[in-house]
Design a protein. Structure first.
Length: 332
């Protein structure tokens, strides 16, 4: 499989003055393959939005690299950069805040085409707007209306049409359904899935809720306090979560089948989410981890492939620390 996007040890630190730094994202690495949906999940403040914004270039990275289609984004020439900004588009959580209230839907969707001189002929561009509206389940009569005239779900469709205007290959969706009514969420997810098939899109799908990313993602990365703690295929994450944080997140999701008795023990995490300004030493999860050992305060856990294509950063899976009959075998 071919990686469309490679993220290597990517960091984003925000200096706060007083010699303080907010380490919003502190060294994350993953590949996203062409045509797949890669989910990033984590609670608010874990750095998942920062990851999306840094990859697309809304933030300058503090370290690491982003490789797109084999090119290091930082070393691209202006023409390559321009095409990168065409090829990668973003859908935002709050479709209302991201749409200019004073612009008509036609203007909102046309604008990126004007900036990129795509469909420079006015009539062609208008036809293109109509086509995009139809692609997202709206119609040409909506073109001369304003964002406030639409429901939340419809506004998100307008946001999606705008993101599609430049024929992108890659879309970063930052909590695209979190602000929508539950009844509308599935419709938008289905729309995104259909568009992916029709247009051969690759998605980075960011969410705070594991049940939400599950429906759409092929693989999922779990983030906690600026780090990815686990990464694997959706199915194996649900069947066989390895990191204690993932196990806790999953234990909070109800089993969807009402005939199946939920016998699982709910894992309640102790303590509060630490501040990314002053993260814990060693493993960032150790202040809340039910299995924390002495070593967890001293050493940062290595990112290892514990099973095929299943990565985790946790000392429980480090035999040198726990021994062959250590915590790992007791858990199994
Ligand atoms: Fe818990 Fe230690 Fe694993 Fe961190 S490294 S998740 S503290 S057991
Ligand atoms: Mg966010």
């Amino acid at each position: 499989k071919e990686a469309l996007l490679e993220v290597n040890d990517l960091k984003k630190h925000f200096p706060l003055g007083k010699n303080e730094t907010l380490k919003a994202m502190d060294g994350i690495s993953f590949h996203i393959y062409k045509g797949e949906t890669f989910g990033i999940v984590g609670e608010s403040g874990c750095g998942k939005s920062t990851a999306g914004r840094t990859i697309i270039g809304l933030y300058d990275q503090s370290g690491g690299e982003v490789i797109y289609n084999g090119l290091n984004v930082h070393e691209m020439n202006p023409k390559e950069k321009f095409d990168y900004h065409r090829s990668m588009q973003m859908i935002f959580q709050d479709p209302y805040a991201s749409l200019n209230p004073r612009s008509t839907v036609r203007e909102i969707i046309s604008e990126p085409m004007e900036v990129h001189r795509l469909y420079p002929n006015k009539q062609e561009r208008l036809e293109r707007v109509y086509q995009l509206l139809e692609d997202v389940g709206l119609n040409r009569d909506h073109a001369n209306r304003y964002p406030h005239e639409f429901s939340g779900g419809q506004r998100q469709r307008i946001g999606i049409a705008r993101a599609l205007a430049l024929n992108p290959d890659f879309i970063i969706a930052d909590e695209p359904i979190s602000a929508l009514d539950v009844s509308v969420q599935a419709q938008v997810v289905n729309l995104l899935k259909r568009l992916q098939k029709e247009k051969g899109l690759t998605y980075l799908f960011i969410a705070h809720d594991l049940s939400m990313v599950k429906q759409i993602s092929d693989r999922i990365a779990v983030m906690y306090l600026g780090h990815i703690v686990e990464l694997t295929a959706s199915k194996s994450l649900y069947k066989n979560p390895l990191h204690p944080y993932t196990q806790a997140l999953l234990s909070a999701i109800p089993i969807p089948d009402p005939d199946v008795e939920d016998r699982r023990e709910r894992i309640i995490l102790k303590g509060e989410l630490p501040s990314p300004i002053n993260p814990p030493s060693g493993c960032v999860f150790r202040t809340r981890c039910p299995y924390a050992m002495e070593a967890c305060a001293i050493y940062k856990p290595k990112w290892q492939e514990v099973e095929e294509s299943h990565f985790v950063a946790c000392h429980l899976y480090n035999k040198k620390l726990t021994g062959d009959h250590g915590v790992l075998s007791r858990l199994a």
